[in-house]
Design a protein around this ligand. Structure first.
Ligand SMILES: [Zn+2]
Length: 261
């Protein structure tokens, strides 16, 4: 296969996964199956035919309206499909169309799902967090990619450390700290990025959360309620994406500053 064909294939896989992610974003927070029932228009209840379900194209052809009742279809659908398609294409262009591009693309697809669902519902479905951790370990077991030991240590230690933070925080503050969803999510991130990457993700996610969340809470004049409208998973997802792209450079810079030769 020529490189161009493989690149197009990456973009197509991304579009299809983006389409699946749309269904997951809608159904997993409500603990519904993504397989059954088939997608229906929430306006008129008519089943959506396969040709009206083609990523991005169908929305454009239908001009964002249901074929039967003309009810508006959210622009979120084509935006997510296009974002995931471009992510897969971009990753293949950057990493070369191989195992690492698949790994990075899957990580970003999972992170996007978590970021959107946590921002909207304040939950992180285990299908994405724990399911994603399994995907990361399976990919690391593949020879020639991210080391299996790194994935296992990263996942298990990140998971354990997050539990320590939760239990320690609750003993000190005497109120709930950290959701189990965030802990499961960090097992996934640790398995994808290894332990240093997992730790950097927590650091970046917390800094981003404070930098964006505190002014937001301040605007509403309610700093105490910060935790209730701070979707930590969304910020951790951002932190993990930054770590995947710039993690090595950030860690090298940090070591140089902390321990100058
Ligand atoms: Zn309809």
């Amino acid at each position: 296969m020529s490189d161009t064909v493989v690149m197009v294939l990456f973009a197509l896989i991304g579009a299809v996964l983006g389409s699946f992610l749309n269904v997951a974003i809608l159904r997993w927070p409500a603990e519904e199956s993504v397989v059954r029932p088939r997608s229906r228009c929430p306006g008129c209840g008519s089943a959506i035919a396969w040709y009206d379900n083609v990523p991005v194209l169908s929305w454009l052809i239908l001009r964002g309206r249901c074929r039967s009742c003309s009810r508006r279809i959210s622009v979120q659908y084509p935006v997510i499909e296009l974002t995931v398609a471009l992510t897969w294409l971009g990753m293949a262009l950057w990493q070369g169309p191989g195992l690492e591009a698949v790994r990075g693309s899957l990580l970003f697809t999972i992170l996007l799902g978590i970021a959107v669902i946590d921002a909207r519902h304040r939950v992180i479905p285990d299908q994405l967090s724990l399911g994603g951790a399994l995907v990361a370990v399976a990919l690391a077991a593949w020879p020639g990619g991210f080391p299996l030991v790194g994935a296992l240590v990263g996942g298990v230690v990140a998971y354990g450390l997050m539990w320590l933070v939760k239990l320690g925080g609750e003993a000190l503050l005497r109120k709930p700290a950290l959701g189990v969803g965030d802990i499961h999510m960090m097992a996934m991130v640790g398995a994808f990025l290894g332990l240093p990457g997992g730790l950097l993700t927590v650091l970046l996610g917390s800094v981003l959360g404070l930098a964006i969340g505190v002014p937001l809470a301040g605007l509403r004049g309610d700093l105490k309620a910060l935790g209730t409208y701070l979707p930590l998973g969304t910020f951790l997802a951002l932190g993990a994406a930054v770590t995947y792209v710039w993690g090595d450079a950030l860690l090298a810079w940090y070591l140089q500053v902390a321990m100058p030769a």
